[in-house]
Write a protein that binds this ligand. Sequence first.
Ligand SMILES: [Ca+2]
Ligand SMILES: [Ca+2]
Length: 148
Amino acid sequence: MHVTPERPGISQVEARTALFSLGLNPTHIDVAKFWSDQDKPDDGLLDLEGFVCLRCTLDEDPRQTLRWAFNQFDTNGDGVIDKKELKRILVTIYDDKLGDLVDEEFVDDCLKMADVNGDGVLQIEEFVDMLMVRTGKDGSSATSSPVT
Ligand SMILES: [Ca+2]
Ligand SMILES: [Ca+2]
């Protein structure tokens, strides 16, 4: 599954299939409940952010989910998140469709903060650490080993 700007979301059936392929085993009821929690009609489509949330609710290891999300956001598949891809992530996180908050400067600042090795793009570890800190699930130092 790959959500792209041309394809804004996935259906319940696709979400369940995608979760199976990721090694999870959600029931119809789990997925349907998530849909109703999100206030979506049964045939409504889930966007990428919603799917990441759905995965998080079913998965006990958020780092695994974030690694998976990294691959979804790496839309050109070069194995790193560049500035353009990061901008899309930030717009999603802050739900900033109007672009009031997420401007070039904001993206630059976030990139600078997260880009630990200074090569101008985000490697998977930098991406995971950035979001772990941002979501408050792991406030520990970015250089320590994962908290279990
Ligand atoms: Ca990329
Ligand atoms: Ca980097």
